[in-house]
Design a protein around this ligand. Sequence first.
Ligand code: PLP
Length: 421
Amino acid sequence: MTRSEQLFDAAQRVLPGGVNSPVRACRSVGTYPRFLDRGLGSHVWDVDGNEYIDLIGSWGPLILGHCREEVERAVLDAVKKGLSFGAPTAAEVEMAELVCQMTGVEMVRMVNSGTEAVMSALRLARGATGRSKIIKFAGCYHGHSDSMLVKAGSGALTGGAPDSAGVPKEIAGDTLTASYNDLASVEGLLNANPGQVAAVIVEPVAANMGVVPPQPGFLQGLRKLCDESGALLIFDEVITGFRLAPGGAQEYYGVRADLVTYGKIIGGGMPVGAYGGSRKLMELVAPLGPVYQAGTLSGNPVAMAAGLAQLRILKNNPEIYTELERKGALLEEGLKDALSGIPVQVNRVGSLLTVFFTEQPVTGYDQARSSDLTRFRQWYHGLLSRGIYAAPSQFEALFLSSAHTDTEIRRIIAAAGEIFQ
Ligand SMILES: *Cc1c(COP(=O)(O)O)cnc(C)c1O
């Protein structure tokens, strides 16, 4: 038995499924999780001493790779001054100023996770509009708050059914589900619920059903439908924020949302989330306004130090984004070539990429779900056994970081070419 298997045995006795977040358990690919020991740049090592090229990057946060010197130093300096105060610190002001400069939001509130950012933004949207209903898209993930654990109901115009036990149907009923890249489905829901929809929330690039780019005009169309109906447009940029561009998807696609949520990259690997928007909307949040939201560890000084150090590097080195685009294209083209014999779709936006094992172009949830999961499992194990650590699910993205080299990308492509021979 490997050390990872031993640890997993022990873990399963005291943690549900042996993990603290379900996908890590690797159940859909029929294996045990590799317990990781350390990372450096684009590489990670497991507790058995195996080395991998890391294509997960902690599920997005590590856009500069593991243990980037400036980030590590900032964290160590902050640690020496105290782990938490529950009082304002200078780092929070610098962080908020930087986020506002990079993204164009006028005010921002720090929280501790993407889930919390979304939950708070939804409360703010409801508080600001006096409306209750929310439109989300099937296959988009917005964290695990009650109202977001809903997928498509069978009747497009009825309220959703909860996706998880423990979500009251009264709460799920206020979540309406539309189809990604299908403006008519949104328009239908808005027309069927006049004056009742507080917000439309969307991943501007869907990355939690695998990567599905917005089709030309989709985000602009959402903007227009929201303006006409008085619903707020919320971009959930927990993945796309600071990844597609310094200003995230808003900058990349030239569409502005009313509220934006961040997570992942904003914390540089520490637990941070944030939501922001116009001064007018954000001034509705406590202590200025009637929308209550709070957090004992929000704006934690060590977490702020990590996030700030990473965001500063991104802001001051815009060539990082052109390089990520170039490397992403290199990987995309190489994978298409290497896998040309079998039915695949390689979907990519910048440094986010998914190989779907299906014949159909993947533009939404239904096409993503047509993927051959047996083939995906073979793909996952083929990569893992060749030293490439990729997401153990068809419905996740691969994440490139600035630490990945062309040589490593060629190694990934070469490995991909061997798997189905
Ligand atoms: C990861 C993710 C979340 C949830 O963030 P957590 O920090 O895991 O709570 C929300 N929205 C999107 C788009 C995400 O990818």
